[in-house]
Design a protein. Structure first.
Length: 733
């Protein structure tokens, strides 16, 4: 009997008693619902994830969804390609925190013409706002579930360089000799990457603003000293001129999505770190071992560096620019930066309540293009579990299981608790089987597949495994996925959702289609041009065995398939999307603890002939809710006339339980969403409006595709927006 056989489910509603009983008991007893006074999380019944995990005072216990709302409470927003941000009738969206906004008392307003001095950016909002989390803060500066005052912590992933400088980036030379000619511009770029902590508050009239002079305001960027922590810290692989004992590195970069901890810290995740380093392979490969060459190939480290940061001359005594040069140049690793790529690609813990706390790179969670890091439901006495995805075509889904069982007394220890739970644990990669089951494959040195005799890479020790996790996951036979982006854990069921944003025929041929990545088709644009592979992406979900996040097995189905409305319902539009909810390239994903609604955000280039990127709200069901219709045969075709059939498992069609809530301005990505604990204020990040503006057009504002949010002839800016309901109600229901 297959696990998707409806007869195998515990009851017709697909409920699994163990976890639901825990939820029901907790919700029936308000004293146990959130957290107890004094910062201790309620004991054995504490069950939460993400934002819901933070200590709170009983008197201000955050609102939590008791059950699914029966329906969504807004009219769907129409698709559009205008340079505006649209939200449903009855809602208001306002801009709160934009690229360049000052974050200290003496920093002047942003001119937004490329001339703001680089040094001032150490205290300005960064560029490319990405993941975001709201932490309520009390009068004593400690975490409480306040819906009036909080710290917003957000990632600044990358830059739209054309708008950062007077005339875009100043570059000279060609080919490998291309170089940056302005140290001022490069310094500005160093500062606008990273993370921002900014205090926000709501006034009596319900208007939100940020406090320019808050003592909690902080920027963590590419110059911030960071500690390496966990099994790979202090090993020879981490030795650089910056840290000859391999325990430190400088800064964080390409911070994409994030995660939370039960002790009120923020986990920023380093995604496409590999591109930032200079390493000319023809020069450097001959100086490297076979293992090093294999590692560089697998992680894509070789080239001139995406921002050419290593090319500024002269360098400074502390290697401000040469630190991005990963070639062998000195007599030993302690005299150059040959190992510097090993110090990036990690989950990095930041304590927003302690502006002086040194960020800690948690090497136990492995090194790859971390999209984010999502906490599973927490139970006292059980390990803590975080899920993570490696956002590159054909990469894997991972989970980390702490060695230490959760002790609620650690909820008030801040980043020190991270040393206990994030530095010692086991790392697994996911295999999705064709029958709808799945397994977590441990990535442990000395196992049958991962050892000094592994094919293609000789693993020396566990630190080597963690630094080269992709190679270890190859060795155990994990399942290659269509680009894992965000994950999210359903607060009511504990089931885990993860977006698989898209894949292309060039990177995943028809022969590589499988049950968990089942589509390969042509998503023709309105002008007739072909887009082949899985251009619109899908959202997979799984339920751990016995609802135990630390389990070794799971069962899965596909919750949603992205598609344009009207496309083939048998092989493309398998979720039956309509004009009210069709979407492409899901990326951001988040469950509201207050309403239990699932929020889906897009980072799309496939459906942009019809619409800008968007955010949708959903009321999902459960794994297996497709019932007898779940098992479907998908017929795929490619550009060479190939045909292939694959069986997969499809969740119940969403119908009007999926609606478009927001559409952003031109060439933006919608990414990052969080709420106040009462679910009545939502914060959403709008990333890189107008990102494809040509440098040649910088002098001609009329040619720019976007001027959002100021309009007129202003340069466009990434920004955080605040969304509220005009009647003060909870968002989306
Ligand atoms: Fe930074 Fe995968 O998005
Ligand atoms: Ca993303
Ligand atoms: Ca993306
Ligand atoms: Ca982006």
């Amino acid at each position: 009997m297959g696990i998707h056989d409806p007869q195998a489910r515990p009851d017709a509603g697909g409920r699994t008693p163990a976890i639901d009983e825990v939820v029901a008991e907790r919700l029936a007893n308000p004293a146990r619902r959130g957290v107890l006074a004094g910062g201790a999380v309620a004991g054995a019944l504490a069950l939460f994830s993400g934002a819901a995990a933070r200590p709170a005072m009983a008197a201000e216990a955050p609102q939590r969804a008791r059950r699914r709302p029966a329906r969504l409470g807004f009219k769907p927003v129409a698709r559009h390609r205008s340079d505006v941000l649209s939200v449903p009738e009855g809602y208001t969206a306002s801009v709160l925190f934009r690229l360049g906004d000052p974050m200290a008392a003496n920093v002047p307003a942003y001119r937004n013409d490329g001339t703001d001095p680089a040094a001032t950016f150490a205290h300005r909002a960064g560029d490319h706002h990405d993941a975001i989390e709201y932490f309520g803060i009390g009068a004593d500066g400690r975490p409480v579930p306040s819906s009036e005052r909080g710290l917003l912590v957000m990632n600044h992933e990358a830059i739209t360089a054309v708008f950062l400088h007077p005339n875009g980036p100043s570059v000279a030379g060609t080919g490998n000799a291309r170089m940056r000619t302005s140290a001022e511009e490069v310094l500005r770029e160093y500062y606008v990457h990273g993370v921002a902590v900014v205090e926000v508050e709501r006034d009596a009239a319900g208007r939100w603003s940020y406090r320019q002079d808050s003592r909690f305001n902080r920027r963590v960027h590419t110059l911030t000293d960071a500690a390496l922590s966990g099994p790979a810290a202090g090993t020879p692989y981490m030795v650089t001129r910056y840290s000859p004992n391999g325990t430190r590195t400088r800064g964080t970069v390409n911070n994409c999505a994030h995660g939370c901890t039960p002790w009120n810290t923020y986990l920023t995740c380093e995604e496409n770190f590999a591109n930032y380093f200079r390493r000319i392979t023809a020069d450097d490969d001959p100086k490297r071992t076979a293992n090093e060459r294999a590692s560089f190939r697998r992680y894509g480290i070789g080239g001139i560096g995406r921002e050419l940061w290593a090319t500024v001359t002269p360098d400074t005594p502390d290697d401000l620019y040469g630190r991005w040069n990963a070639e062998v140049r000195g007599a030993s690793a302690a005299e150059d930066y040959r190992n510097v790529p090993n110090t990036y690609g990690w989950v990095v813990e930041i304590d927003p309540f302690d502006p002086n706390a040194v960020p800690r790179k948690r090497t136990g969670l492995g090194r790859f293009a971390h999209e984010g890091c999502w906490l599973a439901p927490v139970r006292a006495g059980r390990p803590l579990v975080w899920y993570s995805g490696d956002d590159s075509r054909g990469e894997y889904i991972y989970k980390y299981v702490s060695d230490a069982p959760w002790d609620p007394a650690d909820a008030s220890r801040g980043i020190a608790a991270g040393d206990k739970y994030l530095d010692a644990g086991r790392l697994y990669a996911a295999r999705f089987n064709a029958d709808g089951t799945g397994e977590w494959l441990e990535l442990r040195h000395g196992s049958a597949a991962i050892n000094a005799a592994s094919k293609g890479y000789a693993f020396a020790d566990q630190a080597d495994v963690l630094i080269n996790v992709r190679l270890a996951a190859d060795a155990v036979g994990a399942t290659r996925m269509d680009r894992p982006e965000w994950g999210a854990v359903d607060p009511l069921t504990g089931e885990v959702y993860m977006t698989l944003t898209n894949n292309s025929e060039a990177m995943r041929p028809l022969s590589a289609v499988d049950a968990a990545n089942p589509r390969h088709y042509n998503d023709a644009r309105t002008n007739g041009s072909a887009q082949r592979g899985n251009p619109n992406g899908h959202i997979i979900r799984w339920q751990e065995a016995r609802n135990d996040p630390a389990a070794a097995a799971f069962r899965w189905d596909i919750y949603l398939f992205g598609a344009r409305a009207g496309s083939n319902p048998e092989n493309v539009n398998l979720s039956g999307l309509t004009a009210d909810n069709d979407f492409s390239s899901p990326d951001g994903l988040w469950f509201s603890p207050a309403t239990s609604l699932c929020w889906i955000q897009t980072d799309d280039g496939a459906y942009t002939d019809v619409t800008n990127c968007m955010m949708l709200a959903a009321i999902p069901g459960r794994v297996g809710d497709g019932g007898e219709q779940a098992r479907r045969t998908v017929v795929s075709t490619d550009s060479k006339g190939g045909v292939r059939e694959v069986q997969t498992f499809v969740g119940a069609a969403p119908g009007d339980r999926l609606r478009r809530f927001l559409v952003g301005p031109v060439q933006c990505e919608i990414t990052g969403v969080t709420e106040t604990p009462d679910g009545r204020t939502m914060f959403v990040n709008i990333q890189h409006p107008g990102e494809d503006t040509r440098i040649a057009d910088i002098g001609n504002p009329a040619a720019w595709p976007s001027h959002w949010p100021e309009g007129g002839s202003a340069r466009p800016r990434s920004a955080t927006v605040v969304i509220t309901r005009n009647d003060g109600g909870q968002i989306g229901i």
